[in-house]
Design a protein around this ligand. Structure first.
Ligand SMILES: Nc1ncnc2c1ncn2[C@@H]1O[C@H](COP(=O)(O)OP(=O)(O)O)[C@@H](O)[C@H]1O
Ligand SMILES: [Mg+2]
Length: 225
């Protein structure tokens, strides 16, 4: 579904990503793991066109790196950024619906998707009328997930969703992700995390990044020795 080939990003002349190459298959959940500053967020920002990059980004076989950033969500890519970026004066529901408005979905399709979001995250239906500024940090992560699911029909990018979540909410968030996988088996998920243990229970595969480069699997000892 997603193929990155030789993706590189430099900021102010400093290389941040160097030749990042990997893919996420249809229906696959990939954990994208690396220390703080490794380049996880920059990779997601490059996929969304929020930072200039070189190399190839393919979605469902189509090269999308020339698609303007504001049109990429409309290709079916949802993104829950690390810092959530909710509009605090808008209600929870308005925040969730925002990408549907930007993509100009027709009302029937919008309502169908909203029901899909509520089926996976019923707590969002209860919070729907509250100003987003009044929900807790952990609940805000749920709202950001709901918003990403509203537009992410093919690929969803989640940036450190478990960061700072209290254990009960982390467990709830994990449950929601498993419900999502069950409800939508063809959806591809790319989830970043600095602690790989958190994603073990639902990721199909782990990809490591270190200082802007994809880690290759550890080289096995020479069997001849
Ligand atoms: N806008 C920016 N300006 C300068 N440096 C940046 C910027 N964005 C990211 N970086 C640097 O790029 C590196 C990778 O950052 P990031 O992608 O946020 O890593 P991660 O998400 O893995 O913690 C870090 O060294 C960070 O300081
Ligand atoms: Mg990050």
């Amino acid at each position: 579904m997603l193929e990155l080939q030789d993706l590189s990003v430099a900021i102010a002349g400093i290389p941040i990503l160097r030749g990042v190459t990997f893919s996420v298959g249809e229906g696959e959940t990939v954990a994208y793991v690396g220390r703080n500053g490794a380049g996880k967020t920059t990779t997601l920002r490059a996929i969304m066109g929020a930072v200039a990059s070189t190399g190839t980004i393919r979605l469902g076989g189509r090269a999308i790196e020339t698609v303007p950033a504001h049109e990429r969500p409309g290709l079916g890519i949802g993104w829950a950024p690390e810092d959530r970026r909710l509009f605090s004066a808008f209600t929870v529901k308005e925040n969730i619906l925002l990408p549907a408005r930007v993509a100009r979905l027709d009302p029937a399709e919008r309502d169908r998707r909203l029901e899909r979001v509520y089926a996976i995250l019923p707590e969002l239906k209860e919070m729907a009328g509250r100003p987003a500024g009044s929900v807790s940090g952990g609940q805000g992560k749920m709202v950001a997930l709901g918003r990403a699911l509203m537009i992410g029909t093919r690929l969803v990018l989640l940036d450190e969703p478990f960061q700072g979540l209290a254990p009960v909410l982390a467990q709830r968030y994990g449950e929601a992700l498993r419900a999502l996988q069950a409800a939508d088996p063809s959806l591809s998920l790319l989830i970043t995390e600095s602690n790989p243990a958190l994603l073990k229970s639902f990721a199909d595969r782990t990809i490591g990044i270190e200082r802007g480069e994809i880690e290759t699997a550890p080289v096995l000892a020479d069997p001849g020795r």
